[in-house]
Write a protein that binds this ligand. Sequence first.
Ligand SMILES: Nc1ncnc2c1ncn2[C@@H]1O[C@H](COP(=O)(O)OP(=O)(O)OP(=O)(O)O)[C@@H](O)[C@H]1O
Length: 253
Amino acid sequence: MGRNLLGNLATMIFVNNVEVGYDRRAVAMPISGKFLSGSLTAVIGANGAGKSTFLKTLAGLQQAVAGNITFTGEKRPRLAYLPQQAELDRGFPISVFDLVAMGCWPQSGLFGGINQQSAVAVAKALETVGMTEMSHFPVGSLSGGQLQRTLFARLLVQQAPLIMLDEPFTGIDTQTTELLLKVIAQWHQEGKTVIAVLHDISMVARHFPHVLYLSTQQNLWGTAHDVLGHFPHQAHACISTEPFSLVAGVANS
Ligand SMILES: Nc1ncnc2c1ncn2[C@@H]1O[C@H](COP(=O)(O)OP(=O)(O)OP(=O)(O)O)[C@@H](O)[C@H]1O
């Protein structure tokens, strides 16, 4: 886990008055705060609040409309990004093993094939997510849960210090969700920085120490305890467009 000389967690990402959106039009309030190195943060909010757009902007997949995002060390750290399942093309003819092996591309190159060490890493990742038996199945034949396990295996082999997940559990069975939550907990223990867009507030309360709540009224960013404390009934953080008792300026620490 990245610590500075005083033993505190170092900041990995600074978000300075960032407005995210399309065609130069912001879709959310300006966002300011920071992601500490090794932190585990859930991004929550109502449908259309701008969570996915924020994640894509953080990942560098689209430009911010205003403000800026900076990184300790100046360059964006290597990141592993999981889009929403709806954004994936399942028709691509590729096996489970090969899809996971794509996570080795930064090391092996697109046409380099994978070496023995990478093949072992792919096999280990498939085992972690319970997909060993299906490693030669075509991706198009997988259920939603099996595909998500496979995509998590690919994230595992990427070994990136920064991991971004967009609604990783939407439409996924309970058993798979429990398993993949363990993978996230393992990343957290290893000191990776994990940011996930989520809808299930009780899951967030149980598993995510930091929360960024986006809304049209006011964003809240801080510890899960502080942010979720604004919601008398925690489920409302998903279904309402505004929290109940806002207290300005939740500390982002
Ligand atoms: N490609 C796009 N072009 C223009 N507007 C878009 C585009 N994608 C999303 N939007 C709009 O931006 C706003 C924020 O969308 P976004 O997907 O970031 O919200 P979200 O909080 O992730 O929602 P959900 O929980 O429903 O996934 C919405 O009003 C949406 O209609």
